[in-house]
Design a protein around this ligand. Sequence first.
Ligand code: IMP
Ligand code: MG
Length: 179
Amino acid sequence: MDNDIERVLYSREEILQAAARLGKQLTTDFKDKKPIVISVLKGAILFTVDVIKEMDVYAELDFIDISSYHGGTESSGQIDLLHDLGTDIDGRNILIIEDIIDTGRTLKYLIDLLKQRNAAEIKVCTLLDKEEGRAVDVKADYIGFSVPNEFVVGYGLDYKELYRNLPYVGVLKPEVYTS
Ligand code: IMP
Ligand code: MG
């Protein structure tokens, strides 16, 4: 897989450091709030595992699978709910964990859904924030790294379902998705 990567953006060590930094802040901010941590499948799973171990608070964990990409490198704008939560979130404090926020459409969809279901508070933690890609007005409260407007893979992020298990975040060589 390393041969398909043009350059490494964030190493495993840097990501673990970011998770520790954010986890410390989250520990303070979610003290006594008993949040439900909602990890957005599949991309956020690796980062979620790192962050929650750094959060010293009582917290529940749930998963939701929302897809907006359909295999390419551009957002399709169409959002599908592939797997719903198993928890009643009425009146609960929520921490969403995402892999990357690009156009923001996926996050907006999720926030609207949680609001409809009466969540008390919704905060967002993302490994990567691609601010330049934003098409709708949403923002993360906790950010690992701000990334340039390039297609990145690894540490949960995929291209056609591959590279999620790469232990770092990197930029794919253009020939991988043009060929
Ligand atoms: P948004 O709805 O455009 O904000 O896109 C969010 C979702 O698109 C993320 O959860 C990712 O699954 C995917 N995505 C956006 N940018 C990238 C990227 O650079 N690499 C891989 N997946 C991406
Ligand atoms: Mg995703």
